[in-house]
Design a binder for this molecule. Structure first.
Ligand code: SF4
Length: 358
């Protein structure tokens, strides 16, 4: 949720990318430590160029909150990332999202209201105290707040396994939102049998499940997905094996479980970046994740052959331009400031803190 939402004015649209970057650099120089610009790995190169830190969403938010001198945190990514930064920000910090139109279709699969309805349905079938909600950070602050208020935790693709283990130590079942594939890949890793894992279709009463199926399930998975990662199919892996028999194939765990099984490894963007950096010179690595990151890894590692499993861009990540950043910097603290209700910050903060404590 953003207050003072302003679309990009026409005069800013007309500025060339090069001029926008020059003006941004001058503002950065003038503001020094008072300003920090964060860029997600999937952002375009011109945004990475002006970012003080580049990384995955949660690490960036945490890092920004710890920069005491930073009064203005400009988060170049999608909306849920800027919201998480706002939840973790210190009271003197303002978080700004340069393009309020850059959302995340995966996060949008699970509006908090739909999850609350599903929760109420579950309450009619079983003792709800036996169910632990776990939410992927790729979700709205409102959903994180619901999870925080019900004893649950957030997780990232790096620590989903830990989060599931934590949840199942305390309660009989996990209800995971919104990424079905990350949930299923995590359940597979933990060797939870298929018959104890059930998909919850939010558009059908009771998720489309019979009472017995709900009672039998240890893991309930909200049926959302990231279209960028479900683009990769098993045949892409088979083709890559034929074309690059020497290659290691690594994919993101938001990919379909059949793709994850066929690959040599899977992990978060952070894992993928570290994997490439640590690989010996001369290695060939085929990567199944967002194309901006794959292309950048290829540029940064000329001694290795980095190949995309297939080209899959995230159009929402691509929305943030240097022109958007210039606009928010020249109207600093006045436009596109992320503004969340206090109760949401408190409750979502509980879910995020539980993850940090894991
Ligand atoms: S890559 Fe997928 S999860 Fe990430 S912002 Fe784009 S749609 Fe959302």
């Amino acid at each position: 949720m953003e207050s003072s939402i302003h679309p990009l004015p026409a005069e800013y649209r007309a500025i060339s990318g090069k001029t926008a970057i020059q003006r941004i650099r001058k503002i950065k120089q003038r503001l020094g430590d008072r300003l920090v610009i964060l860029g997600h790995h999937y952002q375009r190169d011109s945004i990475v160029e002006i970012s003080d830190f580049v990384g995955d969403s949660f690490d960036l938010s945490r890092r920004a909150a710890n920069l005491e001198k930073a009064e203005f945190i400009v988060f170049c990514g999608v909306r849920f990332m800027a919201e998480s930064a706002a939840v973790l920000a210190k009271p003197h910090q303002k978080v700004i999202h340069p393009d309020p139109d850059a959302g995340c279709p995966l996060a949008d699969f699970a509006p908090a209201g739909m999850v609350k309805n599903a929760w109420k349905e579950l309450e009619t079938v079983l003792n709800i105290q036996k169910v632990m909600p776990v939410v992927y950070v790729n979700s709205s602050a409102a959903l994180k707040a619901f999870v925080g208020d019900h004893g649950g935790t957030t997780c990232t693709s790096s620590n989903a396994r830990k989060a599931f283990e934590w949840a199942l130590r305390q309660r009989e079942k996990v209800f995971f939102f919104p990424d079905r594939n990350l949930g299923k890949n995590t359940a597979n890793f933990l060797r939870i049998p298929d018959e104890q894992v059930a998909d919850w279709d939010p558009y059908i009463p009771f998720g489309g499940l019979a009472k017995e199926e709900i009672l039998k399930a240890r893991v309930l998975l909200w049926k959302g997905y990231c279209h960028v990662h479900t683009w990769f199919r098993k045949y892409h892996v088979e083709q890559a094996r034929e074309n690059y028999p020497e290659a290691a194939i690594i994919v993101h765990p938001e990919c379909d479980p059949a793709v994850v099984r066929a690959a040599d490894g899977n992990g978060s963007t952070k894992f993928i970046v570290a994997y490439v950096r640590q690989a010996p010179a001369g290695s060939t690595i085929v990567i199944g994740t967002e194309i901006n990151l794959v292309n950048r890894l290829a540029d940064q590692n000329p001694d290795k052959k980095i190949v995309p499993l297939s080209k899959s861009p995230c159009p929402n990540m691509g929305k943030v331009s240097p022109n958007d950043v210039l606009f928010v910097l020249e109207n600093l603290g006045e436009v596109n400031v992320v503004c969340l209700p206090k109760p949401v910050i408190t409750s979502a903060g509980k879910a995020l803190q539980r993850m940090l404590d894991l």
